[in-house]
Design a binder for this molecule. Structure first.
Ligand SMILES: *Cc1c(COP(=O)(O)O)cnc(C)c1O
Length: 225
């Protein structure tokens, strides 16, 4: 069994190799360590080995961890479903939200973002594989949402996020990531710079198609219990 620091190093090496294979500059892709359902000690260990960006999916669990890790310079990202009654806390305690898929939620986040903090970084989650049960806005509804969210004063719209259906074949993994990149390219007038895509099993395909954040849980922390 490898240790957490070894696994973190291996993931960073996978990212650097994938950047090279894609002809992208070193550091073009950032690692978001997805720490949901992991204890604070695991985050501290990753932090001691240089990891600064952590992604959480469950608000209550994330806030409990934030309290016990107050003294660490962590950038917290929310990547789970956002319900209306959670927006105030999310707007107050996170630097990024990757999973916005409705205007109502974006409005609330903008209204509730505390004035002493910089604008909240936002990615719009797209249901890129168009699966009926999955979160995310449908691609054809995206232009309207982008235009509306871009106007909200306390949000900074950064780009798009997707969580495609799992595939093991590299070319099949690439297809939805490529679709997401093409969607982003259609919004060039908005100055978007972010594609949040790629997880433990498919990060190489995502980096090949332009990911700027990869969201990695299992490959760093091991299986979630
Ligand atoms: C859990 C989760 C991940 C990480 O998945 P792994 O397969 O463990 O790397 C990434 N993104 C989102 C939105 C998640 O919920």
């Amino acid at each position: 069994m490898s240790s957490l620091p070894e696994r973190l190093t291996a993931v960073n090496q996978r990212i650097r190799r994938a950047e090279q294979a894609a002809g992208r500059p070193e550091g073009a892709v950032r690692l978001l360590a997805v720490s949901k359902l992991q204890p604070p000690e695991a985050l501290v260990l990753a932090y001691r080995h240089g990891q600064r960006y952590f992604g959480e999916s469950y608000l209550q669990e994330a806030l409990t961890k934030q309290i016990s890790l107050t003294h660490y310079a962590i950038s917290w990202h929310f990547i789970g479903p956002v319900q209306s009654n959670k927006t105030r806390a999310i707007a107050s305690y996170f630097a990024w939200v990757h999973s916005v898929d409705r205007l109502k939620i974006a409005h609330r986040l903008s209204e509730q973002r505390p004035s002493h903090l910089p604008a909240l970084n936002i990615c719009l989650q797209v249901n890129i594989s168009e699966e009926p049960t999955k979160a995310g806005i449908r691609p054809e509804q995206l232009p309207e949402l982008v235009a509306a969210v871009a106007k909200l004063p306390r949000l900074r719209l950064r780009g798009l996020m997707a969580l495609p259906a799992r595939e093991s074949d590299f070319e099949k993994q690439r297809a939805p990531f490529r679709r997401l990149r093409h969607l982003l390219e259609g919004f060039s007038q908005y100055g978007l710079d972010t594609l949040s895509m790629g997880m433990s099993e498919d990060l190489e395909a995502a980096v090949m198609e332009g990911a700027t954040w990869v969201r990695i849980g299992t490959a760093i922390f091991g299986a979630r219990t």
